[in-house]
Design a protein around this ligand. Sequence first.
Ligand code: FES
Length: 128
Amino acid sequence: MEDIDQEDLSPQVIEHARRPRNKGILPVYNAEGRITGPCGDTMAFWLEVRDGMVKNASFYTTGCGASLACGSMATCLVRGMSVATAASLSQKDILDALGGLPPETEHCALLAANTMRAACENYLDNGR
Ligand code: FES
């Protein structure tokens, strides 16, 4: 978050950007989603789903510190959710959980939400 004044960031954003949770591909997964956003950054999620529930989730991003925080928080939020509920995780859900982001980086949460939905649809589309 080099280009943003840290005073503008919530403690949750700083924590998840500095120490992202669940970063990197899962050793075992049965759904994945990958989207390159209009900003040119790519985000990916991997999900391990058992009995329709998200047991494990991980992410990767080529993007900024805000996208690290959003990907990290999204993986934390969906753990234990049904896939259908995880698919409806919204930009607002991620922003709320992070205590907000500066307006110029709010789109990073949209990229995370869209990519999470893609990963869930990957699971659901395969008829699992
Ligand atoms: Fe592209 Fe944050 S600027 S994901």
